[in-house]
Design a binder for this molecule. Structure first.
Ligand code: NIG
Ligand code: FE
Length: 401
């Protein structure tokens, strides 16, 4: 049965801009949009459900393209330490940081991980998110990475959200491989990735390329294996220092390179040529009180598409609102509200390899949208979080929370 959604304005985000349609209508058939345009031009649909959206502004469902939603414990104690002057790198070197979340995640049952991740994910969904990427990377052994990825799959089955699973086994060195990083990378490539891919738990492969994590040579081994398995790659790159991981990512046609505060103009040129999306994470920048800004001018000059995500994780960005990140992208990174919204819709879809079906409101695309009771689209980047009044439609069906 078709549905006509009317009495609304649309910011379709087609072509990465608001692409506003005033007094609009959307016709959905099952999970897809079959027509969208001015209300006065709707073709005759015969017998059809109609839904009055009461003058709402309709945008694509928000897409959070970089999260670590599944983890055990939390690290508010480290937050207190950092506020007393201990650095993120010092905490990591002393066995805290990612390693402490790995201990908590390994100790947690799949049920416990599911329950805590579901609570966090619901916060994102209540903020208008209809698609989310979730990374593993706090297990760092086959069984624990599998446990995390299974939770990701189950969240997608049980909640009204499309989940993309990313395997981030190359996030940190597990204690059992201390001083043997090359051996751990070999284990990821020969054992972990092939097994997890065979179980259909992996949609993309990520790594943490950083002086306190893995080198470009080690990341390259992971990328080669991902390619052999037919999986696209992404990379945490240039967050704390410049190793040119983003250029490496571009060489492997990565969907995205993420963080990027320390990237160079050459990296931006390489990413633009490869179509690799720059995923900026203002929550991590803010929470770590970083001062080095991502090179916005170089990204814009070379036409790199920019996405914005929460990076929801216990160590560097306990961010439960993607809209808050849109605000931070504007205030901290000087993006416009329009660029920020494109970063959480169409460019985020591209960063997940889903741009042909998601991220903008166009005939033929999936009917994932949010009808917001706001005055203009910029309101989405204006309010600092909060539960804005809205109706969320996913796959043509209104979600209830
Ligand atoms: O995206 N940069 C590496 N990974 C996470 C942080 C993980 C952690 O500290 O637990 C990030 O910021
Ligand atoms: Fe991250």
């Amino acid at each position: 049965m078709k549905t006509l959604w009317h009495h609304c304005h649309v910011a379709s985000m087609a072509n990465g801009a608001y692409s506003i349609i005033e007094d609009a209508a959307i016709v959905t058939d099952g999970a897809h949009i079959v027509w969208i345009g001015p209300r006065a031009e709707v073709p005759d649909q015969g017998d059809i459900n109609t839904v009055d959206l009461n003058g709402a502004w309709v945008t694509p469902g928000l897409i959070d393209c970089h999260t670590h939603t599944v983890f055990g414990g939390n690290r508010s104690g480290e937050f207190e330490q950092r506020l007393q002057g201990v650095s993120y790198a010092d905490i990591a070197a002393a066995g805290g940081g990612i390693a402490s979340t790995v201990r908590a995640t390994r100790a947690a049952s799949e049920e416990e991980l599911f329950a805590s991740a579901q609570r966090r994910l619901l916060q994102l969904l209540k903020d208008g998110v209809t698609t989310v990427e979730i990374k593993s990377g706090y297990g760092l052994d086959l069984a624990s990475e599998r446990k995390m990825l299974r939770v990701g799959r189950r969240l997608g089955e049980q909640l009204p959200v499309t989940v993309r699973n990313t395997c981030l086994a190359a996030h940190a060195l597990p204690p059992e491989y201390k001083d043997r990083a090359d051996d751990y990378i070999a284990h990821i490539c020969s054992d972990m990735l092939p097994a997890l891919a065979a179980e259909n738990l992996v949609d993309a492969v990520d790594a943490f390329c950083e002086y306190l994590a893995f080198s470009t040579e080690q990341v390259e081994q992971v990328f080669i294996t991902a390619g052999q398995l037919g999986l696209p790659v992404k990379l945490h790159a240039e967050q704390l220092s410049s190793l040119h991981g983003s250029s490496l990512a571009a060489r492997y046609q990565a969907l995205s390179a993420d963080h990027l505060e320390f990237m160079t103009e050459e990296d931006a040129i390489a990413m633009a040529a490869a179509g690799t999306v720059a995923v900026l994470l203002p929550g991590a920048f803010y929470f770590l009180r970083e001062t080095q800004l991502p090179p916005m001018d170089a990204l814009r000059k070379h036409g790199v598409k920019i996405a914005i995500a929460t990076d929801l994780n216990p160590g560097t960005s306990p961010g439960l609102s993607l809209r808050l990140m849109l605000n931070m992208a504007c205030t901290l990174f000087r993006m416009t509200p329009e660029e920020a919204l494109a970063g959480a819709t169409t460019h985020a879809a591209r960063a997940l390899g889903m741009v042909d079906t998601h991220g903008s409101l166009e005939a033929g695309k999936v009917a994932d949208f949010v009808a917001w009771n706001i005055e203009r689209p910029a309101d989405l980047a204006y309010w600092l979080g909060g539960d804005l009044e809205k109706r969320v439609v996913r796959h043509g069906v209104e979600s209830t929370f």
